[in-house]
Write a protein that binds this ligand. Structure first.
Ligand code: REL
Ligand code: ZN
Length: 424
């Protein structure tokens, strides 16, 4: 039965978006059996690098980043809490996220009393496994994609020589290979040595093939350094086949592997790291790079599928036009500094207007498990609002709509379009 009024449409869209179970196509989460790598709980939430960077804007000169990072996690969290939640109101997106998370967990009363210690006591009673269930349920997550770096010893010990078993229904892996595009030969060499593989281009390919077998990733992922341009055939011909640099690692290793193994490459453009190294993970910045680098990849590698997200706000429109031209390109999420309601709203409008439902509206980028709760709640509120407007406009144009049709579209935007693209 068609929905008969603006109000009926708005309320249907609102509830369908709130209720949809999402596929989170990019996170930095780890399953419980990865020990300390799995981050969760109030102290991790408060020391998320977004909040640490915000803390340092106004921190006293006596607390340098060096001193701060030398403190125990709980002491770091105390400083952030006092500065950003007690001395001022937590109105930034990252701070509000902590508040939403605690409220959704049912700790509203403790938040009301600003009682950090009671909050800590509540978390101390949770177990990692039970908490994963709780968070996935609250945040309505079907499954998440994780970030798995074969060049990080603290990660690879969980996979090699013996792989740990974990819940692969809820944690899908992504093979993260930034070291190739940054030409970080030192860490590539270490990883090669670890598996006794020779230091050649062929060796790097072999190494990644081993990791594909071990981790069974759904895609390759890498940030694209701002200086990297798509190396032309002419440029490539100037390199001996054995030359190892970011251009050859891209065109002689990553792209051929993606094609042979039918693994899409998920790119992240426009980050620059670091612009203030003292802030560690919080020290990266944004820069506007050329969208045409991606256009050249899509054009020259029609058999490779690309997922892409851009950090610079100004690139979002050009990116949509590109996605409108290439069936081997799929846009995902509003990344990091774009994951703020004002920008999510703007980006989502442009995307729907140019691409309909052929994109993935958001990913959480969660590093701390609990962040799934607020990142999805906040994003759904904004994206849902945009969709309400879009469907009402369509209705006024003369198109009748049923709840089922809207539900089908919403499912696409929160994971279905990603799965369709992956299966293509
Ligand atoms: O995957 C990335 O490159 C980035 O999303 C992260 O490095 C970044 O620190 C992340 O936490 C931002 O949301
Ligand atoms: Zn990320």
């Amino acid at each position: 039965i068609p929905l008969k009024s603006d109000d009926a449409i708005r309320s249907a869209v609102k509830s369908l978006v709130e209720e949809v179970h999402v596929i989170d196509v990019h996170t930095h989460l780890f399953p419980p059996n990865h020990g300390k790598l799995m981050l969760w709980g109030i102290d991790e939430l408060l020391t998320y690098h977004y909040l640490v960077a915000e803390y340092f804007i106004t921190a006293p000169a006596t607390i340098t980043p060096e001193k701060f990072f030398a403190l125990e996690k709980q002491a770091q969290a105390d400083l952030v809490w006092d500065s950003l939640f007690i001395q001022r109101s937590p109105i930034s997106e990252a701070c509000r996220g902590v508040v939403t998370t605690l409220s959704e967990l049912g700790l509203g009363e403790l938040v009301e009393r600003r009682d950090l210690n009671e909050v800590r006591k509540w978390f101390a009673k949770q177990t990692p496994e039970g908490y994963v269930d709780k968070v996935f349920e609250l945040a309505k997550i079907k499954y998440v994609l994780t970030t798995n770096i074969p060049f990080e010893k603290k990660e690879t010990v969980h996979w090699y020589p013996k792989a740990k078993e974990f819940d692969t229904n809820r944690f899908h892996t992504g093979l993260r290979v930034d070291q190739l595009l940054t030409g970080n030969w030192e860490s590539i060499k270490e990883a090669l040595d670890e598996m006794a593989i020779e230091h050649t281009i062929e060796g790097v390919k072999q190494l990644l093939e081993k990791w594909i077998t071990i981790m069974k990733p759904k895609y390759f992922m890498t940030a694209v350094p701002p200086t990297l341009e798509f190396p032309s055939d002419e440029e490539m011909s100037t390199y001996a086949p054995s030359t190892i640099n970011s251009a050859t690692l891209l065109r002689r290793v990553l792209l051929p592997l993606a094609e042979q193994h039918h693994l899409p490459i998920a790119f992240k453009f426009d980050s620059v790291r670091p612009i203030n190294p003292a802030l560690r993970e919080g020290g990266d910045g944004v820069v506007t790079t050329k969208v045409s680098t991606l256009q050249k990849l899509c054009l020259n590698y029609p058999k490779v599928k690309f997922l892409a997200t851009f950090l610079a706000r100004v690139n979002q429109h050009e990116l949509c036009v590109l996605a409108n031209k290439f069936g081997n390109l799929h846009i995902y999420g509003c990344w990091w500094y774009c994951n703020n309601p004002s920008i999510v709203e703007e980006i989502t409008r442009i995307r729907v207007e140019l691409l309909g439902t052929a994109f993935t509206s958001q990913h959480s980028d969660a590093r701390v498990l609990d962040q799934l709760i607020y990142k999805w709640k906040h994003s759904k509120a904004v994206i849902g609002g945009v969709l309400q407007d879009m469907y009402v406009k369509l209705f006024h144009a003369g198109w009748s709509l049923t709840r089922e049709e809207i539900q089908r579209d919403v499912e696409r935007l929160f994971g279905g379009a990603y799965e369709e693209f992956m299966q293509k």
